[in-house]
Design a protein around this ligand. Structure first.
Ligand SMILES: *Cc1c(COP(=O)(O)O)cnc(C)c1O
Length: 448
């Protein structure tokens, strides 16, 4: 075992060192070589060293270099050194963070992380927190608590009796709702289609003045961080309107909620702390390894009512049993990496990381704008949308930049326009990465 782990550390280091000189998208040759994995299950055992050798030789080149400084696709973050290293140590621990009894350290680090997270994200310190796989599950978890709460007001036990015959709950989203929210609504029996869509402004923000009149139980899903523009819904005004009728406000803040960690950006989230539940990712802007998301619920009792599990063989502990807050039962100790990331960054390090990535995004917008290309959004956070002209031209430039390999950007459609989307969410991105990528994008665009 010790030799194997030392060897894999050396392999991982050389992978990380190679990120700067390899193309960001894997070479076609590396993808073709994956065919050697299509072998029959071996009859007998293989030496672990040989297994890892095969994995590294064939697997490492077939990765997208998302953890380097020049991957700007979707809203992927990288992995902070302390978080990655903590992930390795936690892997060696192999803790099942379902119960305090099976992982005291997993339980305690969730408690500490909860305190720190609610502080940096400006959420109520005593809310219930579930450490889940990502924002999709965090949306599911927060909305499950909302469903429980809204129906309980009418004397209906949604968790016990389900939704057949229950009083209807109005669900309100914006026209720019993230598909993970509608998926979560489907899973919860609230329906992907049974929703009211509120119009948005030019940046994709829900228009508070266009909210429907709310009567009876309702859940309003707002968004903090539009995947295209980065814009944040006016959460404060929406909370005021929603709460006047007793509605539940859920915030999908997969990446945008982290703006609260930066004093200069927090203004955009004014009032977000008034909501009832919040979903965010740790694997995006906090830069911890996959997979890691967080669900926060102001009144934690609704969360545990929706998520808790009773079984004779699992006695209720006096300490935090993490599995009482999540859809999953057995689960890895995700709090470890979140703790390590926050412990290594501190408050100022976190704010710097958020501010720095936003500064890089503005530099992209300025550089491409001065080169004569059209920026389609106001760059309020870390997302930039650029058009190179006609849709076909923009797609051609995107394809060229992906094949060029200096950096990686994807395409999107924004209010009927085709755009290349640049998302800067990695701690690893440097000024030099941005300049090198800008040059490559402008070169690709000038080829027409
Ligand atoms: C990424 C994202 C999600 C989904 O997050 P996962 O971690 O992929 O489950 C949801 N909402 C928004 C706004 C996002 O950016």
């Amino acid at each position: 075992m010790p030799d194997l782990l030392l060897q894999v550390a050396a392999r991982a280091n050389s992978y990380l060192e190679g990120l700067n000189t390899r193309p960001v998208a894997p070479a076609q040759q590396a993808l073709d070589a994956l065919a050697v994995l299509d072998e029959p299950l071996p009859e007998g055992p293989t030496d672990p060293e040989a297994v890892i050798d095969l994995l590294d030789r064939v697997g490492s080149p077939a990765t997208a270099a998302t953890t380097g400084g020049r991957f700007y696709g979707f809203v992927h973050g990288g992995s902070l050194p302390a978080a990655l290293a903590a992930n390795w140590l936690a892997g060696a621990w192999d803790q099942n963070a379902v119960l305090y009894a099976s992982s005291p350290i997993g339980s305690r680090l969730e408690e500490v992380a909860q305190r720190w997270l609610t502080q940096v994200l400006n959420l109520p310190e005593d809310c219930g927190v579930g450490f889940v796989t990502g924002a999709t599950m965090a949306n599911f978890t927060g909305l499950a608590a909302g469903r429980t709460a809204m129906l309980e007001r009418l004397g209906w036990d949604a968790d016990g009796d389900g939704l057949f015959g229950a009083p209807p709950v109005t669900v309100v989203v914006s026209e720019e709702v993230h598909p993970s929210v509608t998926k979560a609504l489907g899973l919860l029996g609230l329906g992907r289609r049974r929703i009211l869509r509120v119009p948005v402004d030019h940046q994709g923000r829900m228009r508070a003045d266009a909210l429907p009149e709310l009567t009876g139980p309702a859940i309003i899903c707002v968004q903090a961080g539009n995947v295209n523009t980065g814009a944040i819904d006016p959460v404060g005004p929406i909370c005021d309107i929603a709460h006047a009728s007793g509605a539940w406000v859920h915030v999908d803040g997969a990446f945008g909620l982290w703006a609260n960690a930066s004093p200069s950006l927090a203004l955009q989230l004014a009032g977000v702390e008034q909501a009832d539940s919040w979903a965010t990712d740790a694997h995006k802007w906090l830069n911890v390894p996959y997979d890691s998301g967080l669900a926060f619920v102001r009144h934690g009792a609704f969360l545990t009512r929706a998520m808790s599990l009773t079984a004779a063989y699992i006695p209720k502990g006096a300490r935090r049993d993490p599995g009482q807050f999540t859809p999953e039962l057995s689960r890895r100790a995700r709090g470890v990496e979140i703790w390590a990331a926050l412990r290594s960054l501190g408050k100022t390090g976190l704010a710097d990381m958020i501010d720095r990535t936003c500064r890089h995004a503005r530099r992209f917008a300025d550089g491409l704008g001065s080169a004569g290309f059209e920026i389609l959004n106001e760059v309020v956070l870390n997302q930039v949308l650029v058009s190179f002209g006609e849709a076909e031209t923009t797609w051609r430039v995107i394809d060229r930049i992906q094949r060029d390999g200096t950096c990686w950007c994807g395409g999107t459609t924004w209010q009927d326009r085709t755009a290349m989307r640049i998302s800067v969410a990695s701690w690893a991105t440097t000024d030099a990465d941005v300049e090198m990528s800008l040059e490559a994008i402008i070169r690709a665009a000038r080829e027409g």
